[in-house]
Design a protein around this ligand. Structure first.
Ligand code: GLU
Length: 546
């Protein structure tokens, strides 16, 4: 076969040859150790936890090594595309703060970053393979391919287009010419040169050494619509975009023989591969894949609705990436996740269990370490969008809100009851008069018969002084209650319960319920300081009326 004739016949209007693009996209000028990674989603929906994890892994390795992380949209399967697919992906990544250095919206020297805009580039490379005798057109219809499958099933043979079943290999130039004149649809296939019986050793960054069969399938490179298959686009793009590490789901592991063969036939060095197992979930004793359909924690909208900080999600993903990150994070206060030295070797081979409880635990730690000012800044966008009325409340007096957020924050054991931004309202609403005085908020069910409103009111009128230090405040409180048969300590009370109406804990409980509508609050002293005497008395006043 005259390859040159065949190539010209198939691509009479080829714009540029392969070398043109190789010159246009030269080797990147980066440090030797710098990794170039990418996130390459198909625009088929929204980002979910699994894809976020994959992009996070790529992002971390690139940025840790002072390399490049870019976004490439793989839209060559146009049947699977959904409306606004690209926009959704970009906006989800932005919300989760996974920033890419190059990509469809921001551009970059190695674009276009949307595969459907790279048609001519793929053609140049297919042309090159045809010239070398490594690719050919095949004209089988869907029906013929279906018949082939049935035949192989009957003969108990491997399914596929290979060896003696690859009839397109036998076509002469004249046959091809005739098909083209008839305008028969065709695909371009790889002329595979492997033998399935041969095994070769492949080293994956995560999974280590693996034996794989050599590829003998004449897979499709260009489809009937002229767009490339994933296999071919991946090879061309990752070569020209100078990717050093391909991080992707391990469903692609079985395609490695095809990909390596393609790199070899094109005469270029393949990137390193890191295949990650899917995130899993434990239900009882059973472990299964985390599912978009069944698990709320798989969808990013869950995190956005709850207000789970993106930084907390990243910290959790970092613990999945290298489990030792958890200890590091808990015993240090790293300014950035990237301060930790992540390595491929420490990644889990079999997949990681996704544990929402652990994520929330880390989120509590994360939120407890923020200064009140930083926390305030973080919650603003969330409430602006999700709860404008609370947003108005917290911004009406920012200084007061920051004081509220600062309660039990600066000591040795800062409070850890905030795991989400929603929790802020849940645990602080009662500090705001607008919410406190809403009738429905009154803690009627909590008020016990033995509560003594006048004892509490009198304490605040006569004894309480906002100027007192914590020690003085507590001493004065205990002195006061003792006069009214409340024990100064629980121990004293237990020693002689008949002598007392209750103990200091019971008195504080009344304060909590009357003033903060709850049995559990952080440090009362700090809360009272923020309320001040006038507001305290105004609050107690309403109970007289019920
Ligand atoms: N577009 C492919 C997918 O969504 C990407 C695989 C890869 O990262 O190479 O599965």
């Amino acid at each position: 076969m005259d390859n040159q004739k065949l190539a010209t016949l198939l691509f009479p209007h080829l714009k540029h040859t392969r070398s043109y693009y190789e010159e246009m996209y030269p080797k990147r000028e980066l440090d030797e150790k710098a990794m170039v990674t990418r996130f390459a989603p198909s625009p088929t929906g929204f980002i979910h936890m699994g894809s976020l994890y994959a992009s996070f892994v790529s992002y971390v390795y690139a940025h840790q090594s002072k390399g490049i992380f870019y976004l490439r949209i793989e839209d060559t399967d146009q049947k699977r595309e959904v409306e606004n697919g690209i926009e959704n992906i970009i906006s989800d990544l932005k919300k989760e703060d996974i920033l890419f250095d190059e990509g469809p919206t921001i551009g970059g020297k190695y674009g276009p970053y949307i595969q459907s805009e790279r048609k001519e580039i793929y053609e140049a490379f297919v042309y090159d393979l045809i010239l070398k005798g490594y690719a050919y057109p095949a004209f089988e219809s869907k029906k013929e391919l279906e018949q082939l499958r049935k035949l192989q099933e009957k003969e108990k043979k491997r399914i596929g287009y290979y060896g003696k079943y690859a009839k397109g290999r036998d076509l002469s130039l004249e046959d091809i010419q005739k098909h083209l004149e008839n305008k028969d649809s065709y695909v371009i296939r790889l002329k595979a040169n492997g033998n399935f019986e041969d095994k070769f050793e492949f080293k994956d960054c995560i999974k280590g050494k693996i034996l794989l069969p050599s590829n003998d399938m004449d897979i499709v490179l260009l489809k009937q619509d002229g767009l490339p298959t994933y296999h071919f686009a991946h090879v061309v793009d990752d070569y020209l975009m100078r990717t050093t590490h391909v991080v992707r789901g391990d469903e692609w592991l079985s395609s490695v023989p095809v990909h390596l063969q393609l790199f070899r036939l094109l005469g270029v060095k393949p990137p390193k591969y890191a295949h990650i197992a899917p995130l899993t979930k434990k239900i009882g004793e059973h472990v299964r894949k985390l599912s978009k359909r069944y698990d709320k924690e798989c969808s990013m909208s869950f995190y956005q609705e709850e207000g789970i900080p993106t930084n907390a999600i990243k910290i959790y993903l970092a613990t999945l990436l290298n489990t030792s990150f958890e200890d590091y994070y808990l015993s240090n206060q790293p300014a950035s996740i990237l301060d930790f030295n992540f390595t491929w070797k420490k990644m889990s081979v079999g997949g990681s269990l996704f544990d929402l409880t652990k994520l929330l635990f880390l989120s509590r730690t994360y939120m407890s370490r923020l200064t009140a000012e930083a926390l305030y800044q973080e919650i603003l966008p969330f409430y602006r969008e999700k709860d404008p009325s609370f947003y108005q409340t917290i911004t009406a007096d920012a200084i007061d809100t920051i004081r509220i957020l600062n309660v039990e924050r600066t000591g040795k054991k800062p409070r850890k009851d905030f795991a989400t931004y929603q929790d802020i309202k849940k645990h602080t609403w009662y500090m705001y008069d607008t919410y406190y005085f809403e009738d429905k908020q009154m803690p009627r069910a909590l008020i016990k018969e033995e509560y003594d409103l006048s004892l509490v009111t009198c304490y605040f009128k006569e004894i309480y002084d906002v100027q007192d230090t914590k020690e003085v405040w507590y001493e004065k409180l205990k002195e006061y209650i003792e006069k009214y048969q409340y024990a100064r300590t629980v121990k004293e009370y237990l020693h002689n319960p008949g002598k007392y109406k209750g103990h200091v804990g019971d008195f504080c409980e009344m304060i909590r319920v009357f003033l903060f509508c709850s049995l559990e609050t952080p440090d009362i002293y700090e809360l009272l300081q923020i309320l001040t005497k006038a507001r305290i008395l105004k609050r107690l006043d309403i109970y007289k009326k019920i």
